[in-house]
Design a protein. Structure first.
Length: 251
């Protein structure tokens, strides 16, 4: 069997998008990294939220080797992934008014903390309200979204606004509406979404920028090591002990 033409086309599309966000989002990534580093330096906490498949990029920076130990998942029951049954319930919950406020009110998030909100379309009630309520509480909000959706779709929030309208910093994933990079003769629906690849890259680039800024501030970045490398468990134990009051995924 020869090389798959469509597989190669997907890699090309993903690489093109990664290059685009690297070049066009550079300033926003740097600003997001600085905001995270300054929160760490000030003793504040870090949270990430995403619904549905957008939650994958949020989970990708929580409790992982090479990641900041202080990054916590702000989970909304029923919308974190496809493990909820039926899976369609998660999509429905994203449109429920008031859910974001209830989640924030019962979370440990407080003024001065940083919340990264990931939503590809940024049009559903949940991420919009999450951003609005978080800013009202005094959090710094970083939005990771495709700004294109705000120009070509209708908001599902009563305000008519989008996630991007309620953020201190916006990282634009540049993903086209519909999140499918490929079409092919004989296949009626477009396919091969790249949002997870690009959004996860944006998140990891932001974490790298935060680590760089922490070093500039004279602070050792509180990073986790792989538990599969000798000494990893001991290293992680020390980090989690030192920063235990800001790590919520252990309680």
């Amino acid at each position: 069997m020869g090389e798959s033409k469509l597989a190669g086309q997907f890699f090309d599309a993903a690489i093109g998008l990664l290059q685009k966000v690297r070049d066009e989002d550079a300033d926003a990534i740097s600003a997001a990294g600085t905001a995270i580093a300054e929160a760490v330096a000030a003793g504040n906490r870090l949270f990430a939220f995403g619904a549905g498949h957008s939650s994958l990029a949020a989970q990708d920076v929580v409790y992982r080797a090479g990641g900041l130990a202080l990054m916590n998942l702000l989970a909304v029951p029923g919308v974190v992934g496809v493990d909820v049954m039926p899976a369609t319930l998660g999509s429905a919950l994203e449109r429920v008014d008031g859910l974001a406020g209830a989640v924030l009110d019962s979370s440990p998030a407080r003024a001065g903390d940083v919340l990264i909100i990931i939503s590809l379309s940024g049009r559903n009630a949940l991420p919009v309200e999450m951003a609005m309520n978080a800013r009202a509480l005094g959090l710094t909000v970083i939005g990771v979204t495709s700004v294109a959706y705000a120009t070509e779709t209708k908001s599902r929030h009563v305000s008519g606004s989008y996630l991007k309208d309620h953020c201190d910093i916006v990282l634009d994933s540049k993903i086209a509406i519909g999140d499918a990079e490929l079409t092919h003769e004989g296949i009626e629906a477009p396919f091969a979404p790249a949002s997870t690849v690009v959004t996860s890259a944006l998140m990891q680039a932001t974490m790298a920028a935060a680590a760089e800024e922490l070093v500039r501030l004279g602070i050792e970045p509180p990073l986790l090591r792989s538990g599969n490398v000798d000494g990893g468990h001991e290293w992680n134990g020390r980090v989690m002990t030192e920063y235990g009051d800001r790590i919520f995924f252990r309680h």
